[in-house]
Design a protein around this ligand. Structure first.
Ligand SMILES: Cc1cc2nc3c(=O)[nH]c(=O)nc-3n(C[C@H](O)[C@H](O)[C@H](O)COP(=O)(O)O)c2cc1C
Length: 320
């Protein structure tokens, strides 16, 4: 046995694992990956359903549906902002459950003013859309009001309730995008209670987790902990602060952490670098105190609980 084989067998990758009191049949995960296969209104299309069902059929234990928006937005991602959409999500959940996989939805809020951009789109003002988007990607995090932030939490909670009604097992909080921008020392220059210290920058994230725990107390909460390293990324907590933030998330009763390189936010051209450029994305389940298990670097050999790939997985399954 070489080193890699030893490590993988030590992880018991094909054995069940209990997370938040729920048995996951194995420790393989298909992490969030926006496919663009959904309908324009965000409903789960037959193409999207077929994609995820094929992953479940192939044996994946846990599938996360990436970038699920709690609002109507122009972006080609799944959306769950209205009760009428629950049925299409339920069909997906039923399909992956039929093969024993668990389904998560990754709830996110974009780092731009959705209402302003929707109005510009509706008016066909494409140049203004571009200008506004470029502006917002840098500045919305600092311009969004406290009232608007509270409204965003309400919308994300309503989305989680709909996901629960659809039979979804897990809510994953997207710790990049607006949440990550607020956590970021590079992007957040606010001077109110959401800016400045680590405590202030992570306040929104923790308020969101607390609100989710209230509205869907029986669902598993997974937090995508996007980490900004000296090498890459903008929207997330700095690597040096990540262990402390992880402990706050644990104290807020988050059930698992999906630890990854921050790679989405702050510069549209910087989103999702080519394979091999960024550090490993990995998943750590919080089942023992995080202070003892949190990786000092994003290559936490020996502390992983679930194995996750994105592009490698797609290639193996011939999905891309
Ligand atoms: C096409 C594509 C879409 C992605 N969409 C999302 C997403 O919706 N949410 C998210 O958190 N990460 C998303 N990611 C990032 C992946 O989850 C992962 O962190 C990244 O691809 C690095 O892992 P890899 O090198 O194994 O592909 C996406 C990646 C790719 C390639």
């Amino acid at each position: 046995m070489n080193n890699t084989t030893t490590k993988i067998s030590a992880m018991k990758i094909l054995q069940p694992i209990i997370i938040g009191g729920v048995i996951f049949k194995n420790r393989t995960m298909f992490p969030p990956l926006t496919t663009g296969y959904e309908d324009k209104d965000g409903n789960i299309s037959s193409q999207s359903r077929a994609f995820y069902t094929r992953l479940a059929k192939g044996g994946t234990g846990y599938i996360v549906l990436g970038d699920v928006a709690p609002v109507r937005s122009f972006a080609p991602t799944p959306k769950l902002f209205d009760d009428s959409q629950i049925d299409s999500f339920r069909l997906l959940a039923d399909n992956v459950h039929a093969y024993g996989a668990k389904l998560g939805v990754q709830i996110f809020y974009p780092e731009y003013d959705v209402n302003v951009l929707n109005a510009l789109f509706a008016a066909g003002e494409m140049n203004k859309v571009r200008t506004q988007l470029n502006h917002d990607m840098q500045h919305f995090v600092n311009e969004v009001s406290e009232d608007a932030l509270m409204d965003i939490i309400d919308k994300m909670c309503a989305c989680a309730v709909r996901a629960q009604k659809a039979g979804v097992d897990v809510i994953q909080v997207h710790g990049d995008r607006l949440v990550g921008a607020l956590c970021s020392t590079q992007m957040n220059t606010r001077t109110d209670k959401f800016g400045g210290s680590l405590e202030n920058r992570t306040r929104f994230a923790l308020m969101l987790v607390e609100a989710l725990k209230k509205v869907v107390p029986d669902m598993i909460i997974d937090y995508k902990l996007s980490v900004v390293t000296p090498e890459r990324g903008k929207g997330g907590v700095d690597e040096i602060d990540a262990p402390e933030f992880a402990q706050w998330l644990e104290a807020a009763n988050v059930d698992m952490l999906h630890v990854g390189q921050a790679n989405h936010t702050g510069n549209m051209a910087d989103t999702i670098p080519p394979m091999g450029v960024q550090l490993t994305a990995s998943l750590l389940i919080s089942q023992v105190p995080l202070s003892k298990r949190f990786p000092s670097r994003l290559a936490p050999q020996g502390v992983l609980s679930i194995l996750t790939w994105v592009r490698v997985y797609c290639k193996m399954a011939r999905l891309i």
